[in-house]
Design a protein around this ligand. Structure first.
Ligand SMILES: Cc1ncc(COP(=O)(O)O)c(C=O)c1O
Length: 440
C-alpha cells in the first residue's frame, strides 16, 4: 500500500493503540501476591542465612545464565562495584572503559578509587574498539570494563585476548543486554565477573536491583567480602572466611521484597524475551524487504532479544532523505522510531545524565573550576589524567551510528501492529523523494 504519506497530509498507517504492546515492565497479580505475603509476614529484611526470596532469586539467575556464583544486590551499579572489587581493582588502578554511554559503567570505577580511562567505540556496535583499548593500556591498568550496549555485545574474542596478553581482568557491564548470547555463551559469563541490572527499564525488572556473577571461586570469595558480611562463614578459602562478621564495604544486599518480585519475573524471563525477539525479528525482516532498508552489517557472533533494534537506510535509494526527515515522516505515520545517534550527547539530559563522559565537567572541567574535582575525590593514589586532551573520534562523531534508525521493542505478540509498521515504511519509501524535498 503506497497511499499518501501522513507527513504530506495523508492518514497515518499505524492506527493500533501501541501502549499495550510497548508496556514495560509487565507486573501481574503474581508479583502483587508475593509482595503482599512478605508484608503480611512482617519480614521485609533478611540476614540471608538459609533459604528465602534472595537465595531463590539468586539460584534462578544462576541457573538461567549458567553462572557458578551469583550475589543479589541493591542495584546494577552496586553489583558492578562488587565485580570490580572482586577482580582486584584497588585505589589508583586504571580501568579502561567506554565514554559513550550513561555514566553507570564509570561510577563504580570511581567508587573503587580507580581512574577511568576512556577508549573509543566501534561505529556500528557502539561498544569498545579493541584496538583503541589496547592502545590505552599502561602499567597501572588493572581491568577492562566492557559495556554490552542494548543487546549488542562487544567483541569479546578480541577483548579477552587483549586482557589475557596483558594480564588484565575483564568485567562485563551486562546491565542492558540480558539474554544476549555471544557465540552461544550468555553475556556476563565470558569475562572474569559481570553484573546485570533489574531496574524497571531493563529486560527483566524487579523495581531496582542487580546481580553480580562470576564463574571464578576466587573472584566470588573476594567479591563477597564487599558488603556481604553475613554470608562469609561458608567460604571455602580460610583467608576470605576469616572476614566473616566484618566487611570491606557498606551493605549492598537486595531487599527481600525485590528478590521475591525478581524471582517471579525470572519465571517468565525466557518467554518474555522470546516474544520481544520474535517481534523484533518479524519487524526487522518486513522492513528489510523494502527497497532502501537493510539490516546493519552486524558481526554474526551474537543473538539478541532486541534483534539489534537497528535498521539501516540508504539515502541514495530514498531520494536523498536525511535521518531526521525519515524519522519525522515515520513518526507522522505513527511508527515510534528514534535516532540512535549521539547528536545531543554534548547536552546534559534533563535528568542530569550525560552520554559522552570525557566531556562531562567532572573530567573536562568547566568555568567553576571543576578540573580538579576528580583528583580531590580520588586522592593521592590516582595518577592524574588530562581528560581535556582525550580525543575519541568515533565517540565524538554526532552521526554515529551512520544511517541507522532505532525501532521500538514490542513486549506482547504484535503481528497486526508489525504489519502496520511495514506499511508505514513502505509508504515513506515510496514517497521518500517528495518527503525529502518537502523539508529542504
Ligand atoms: C550500561 C548500564 N550499566 C549499568 C547500569 C546500572 O544499573 P542500575 O540502574 O541498576 O544501577 C545501567 C542503568 O541504566 C546501564 O544502562
Amino acid at each position: 500500500m503506497t497511499n499518501h504519506p501522513a507527513a504530506l497530509g495523508g492518514s497515518p498507517a499505524v492506527t493500533i493503540d501501541q501502549a499495550h504492546y510497548t508496556q514495560w515492565p509487565i507486573y501481574t497479580e503474581e508479583e502483587a501476591q508475593v509482595a503482599a505475603d512478605l508484608i503480611r509476614s512482617h519480614s521485609l529484611s533478611s540476614a540471608i542465612d538459609g533459604p528465602g526470596p534472595i537465595t531463590e532469586f539468586e539460584s534462578l539467575v544462576a541457573e538461567t545464565w549458567g553462572a557458578r556464583h551469583t550475589i543479589a544486590h541493591s542495584s546494577g551499579t552496586t553489583a558492578l562495584r562488587t565485580a570490580l572489587f572482586g577482580v582486584g581493582v584497588v585505589p589508583g588502578d586504571e580501568v579502561v572503559t567506554q565514554s559513550a554511554v550513561h555514566p553507570f559503567n564509570c561510577l563504580p570505577i570511581i567508587g573503587c578509587g580507580a581512574v577511568p580511562i576512556f577508549a573509543d567505540i566501534d561505529p556500528l556496535t557502539l561498544t569498545l574498539d579493541p584496538d583503541d583499548v589496547e592502545s590505552k593500556i599502561t602499567s597501572r591498568t588493572k581491568a577492562i570494563m566492557v559495556v554490552h550496549w542494548k543487546g549488542i555485545p562487544a567483541n569479546m574474542d578480541a577483548l579477552m585476548d587483549i586482557a589475557r596478553r596483558h594480564g588484565l581482568m575483564v568485567v562485563e557491564d551486562n546491565a542492558v543486554s540480558q539474554g544476549t548470547t555471544h557465540r552461544g555463551r550468555m553475556l556476563g559469563t565470558i569475562g572474569d565477573a559481570s553484573a546485570i541490572s533489574f531496574q524497571d527499564g531493563k529486560l527483566t525488572s524487579a523495581g531496582e536491583g542487580g546481580v553480580f556473577m562470576t564463574t571464578s571461586d576466587e573472584v566470588f570469595q573476594r567479591a563477597a567480602t564487599l558488603g556481604h558480611y553475613e554470608r562469609l562463614k561458608e567460604l571455602p578459602n580460610p583467608k576470605w572466611r576469616a572476614v566473616s562478621g566484618f566487611s570491606f564495604g557498606e551493605k549492598y544486599r537486595m531487599a527481600t521484597i525485590t528478590a521475591a518480585i525478581g524471582a517471579v519475573q525470572m519465571k517468565h524471563w525466557r518467554k518474555r524475551l522470546d516474544v520481544r525477539h520474535d517481534n523484533a525479528a518479524k519487524l526487522g525482516r518486513a522492513i528489510a524487504e523494502i527497497d532502501g532498508f537493510t539490516f546493519p552489517d552486524f558481526p554474526d557472533y551474537f543473538s539478541s532479544p532486541y534483534f539489534s533494534g537497528h535498521i539501516e537506510f540508504h539515502p541514495d535509494k530514498l531520494g536523498g532523505i536525511t535521518r531526521e526527515r525519515l524519522i519525522e515522516a515515520l513518526n507522522a505515520e505513527g511508527a515510534q522510531v528514534t535516532s540512535p545517534a549521539r547528536k545531543d550527547s554534548r547536552i546534559p539530559h534533563t535528568d542530569g545524565l550525560w552520554r559522552m563522559l570525557h566531556k562531562h565537567p567532572v573530567f573536562a572541567g568547566n568555568e567553576y573550576g571543576t578540573e580538579d574535582i576528580l583528583w580531590e575525590v580520588l586522592g593521592q593514589n590516582a595518577t592524574k589524567i588530562d581528560y581535556r586532551s582525550v580525543v575519541l573520534p568515533v565517540t565524538e562523531d554526532p552521526e554515529v551510528p551512520y544511517d541507522t534508525i532505532m525501532l521500538p521493542s514490542f513486549t506482547r505478540p504484535a503481528d497486526d501492529l508489525i504489519d502496520q509498521y511495514a506499511t508505514a515504511f513502505d509508504k515513506v519509501a515510496a514517497h521518500a523523494g517528495r518527503l525529502a524535498e518537502a523539508h529542504a
